[in-house]
Design a binder for this molecule. Structure first.
Ligand SMILES: [Zn+2]
Length: 391
């Protein structure tokens, strides 16, 4: 029987993907996996080595004859920029092509800034992080960006988000013109946490719920290994489910009776102030809880109990294998999850929770910015993008 011929001969981008994933480290392995001739493998590799994306080195053995050269992905061949925009804080980072953070910074901001006020500052912070990372704008291959609420990744805009007033319809790529040719990619703030888990918790689970417990609540849905966005990209806005205990309470989205109005981070800040604590942000409440403050621990646990009741419906509906908890409440993860378990396991169907695992986000409060880097890398290192870049 003859070996089946590949209809689409493996391109340079496909060869790169094998090396990047560690699926091939020698020329022989590439030939075996792709069916390419030795000459064709050599041509693809010459292109990738010239582009700086692949390094080829002797493996150091000193036996008789020439040892096979070892191929590796050169993660230092460029950088991607990441910016996780929040309501009161934006995290920026410069990452290598493997997604490792080289330089990063947290930027505090007033709540409610519009894009004209905030985004030029984000671009300036990225420029200064880039110089701290000892890279120039020429080495920027892409920019990954996240914002709260619903986004349109095609137009790079916030999409009818009541909590990001002034942002709707504003194309966010316009603020990154100084990074010459780098393409900009946009995702929702909870979905980037899911992207950051791909090589971690999601490596072993195709069905997951990623929850962000922060100033607001969000959920990222991974079903059958695919991140779900919904019909208009609005999947996962779980903080604005109407909830009986919130009846009559005004939400920051302009409606009344949302889950967030009684249990979101901003509501906890309100409650803590009413109890006489000088707190500005849910991060302050989480810090107090970690330090053992009884009021802060009560508030976070109560918040999680409310969240668990709403999440029970989602768990019963989607039957995830794992729930990953991220966001600004995660420093107080133990307190939060204790509350979550109380109501989630009580209210969800027994079968859906039987083998359910609940874990903290792998990268903690850096999960968002790590996910933004992953978002950009997914695009700029895709087979198609590499083929276009070396053409
Ligand atoms: Zn709301």
């Amino acid at each position: 029987m003859t070996r089946p011929r590949l209809l689409n001969p493996a391109t340079a981008g496909a060869v790169f993907a094998l090396i990047r994933d560690g699926a091939a480290t020698t020329r022989t392995q590439i030939a075996d996996k792709t069916g390419l001739s030795r000459t064709a493998v050599a041509a693809r590799l010459a292109t990738l080595v010239h582009a700086g994306l692949v390094a080829e080195a002797d493996d150091g053995s000193t036996g008789v004859g020439r040892p096979p050269a070892r191929l590796s992905f050169n993660a230092a061949a460029g950088v991607v920029l990441a910016a996780a925009v929040g309501r009161s804080r934006t995290q920026v980072a410069v990452c290598d092509l493997a997604g490792k953070i080289i330089a990063s910074r947290d930027v505090e901001q007033e709540i409610g800034l519009g894009p004209e006020e905030l985004m030029p500052r984000v671009a300036r912070e990225l420029t200064s992080a880039l110089s701290r990372a000892r890279h120039t704008k020429d080495s920027v291959r892409g920019i990954g960006l996240s914002i709260p609420g619903t986004v349109n990744p095609r137009t790079l805009t916030s999409n009818a988000s009541p909590i990001m007033s002034g942002w709707d319809g504003v194309g966010l790529d316009r603020y990154f013109g100084s990074f010459a040719h780098a393409p900009v990619f946009l995702e929702n703030d909870t979905n980037v946490i899911a992207l950051a888990e791909r090589g971690a918790h999601l490596a072993a689970h195709d069905d997951a719920l990623i929850v962000k417990a922060s100033t607001g609540f969000g959920a990222g849905i991974v079903a059958g290994g695919v991140l779900q966005h919904g019909a208009v990209g609005a999947a996962g806005e779980i903080g604005h489910v109407k909830y009986s205990a919130s009846r009559g309470r005004l939400c920051r989205c302009g409606e009344t009776g949302c889950l967030e109005a009684v249990a979101g981070g901003w509501a906890l800040v309100r409650n803590m102030r009413e109890r006489g604590h000088n707190v500005e942000h849910i991060r302050d409440v989480a810090s107090l809880a970690v330090a053992g403050d009884t009021d802060a621990r009560d508030e976070i646990r109560a918040s999680a109990r409310h969240f668990g009741r709403v999440l029970a419906a989602a768990v019963t509906l989607l039957n995830p294998a794992i729930i990953v908890v991220g966001g600004d409440m995660t420093p107080a993860y133990d307190v939060f999850v204790a509350g979550l378990r109380e109501t989630l396991y009580r209210d969800a169907s027994t079968i859906a929770t039987r083998d359910l695992t609940i874990v903290a986000a792998t990268h903690g409060t850096l999960s968002g910015v790590r996910g933004c880097a992953t978002l950009a890398l997914d695009h700029v290192l895709s087979v198609q993008a590499i083929d276009a870049a070396v053409r």
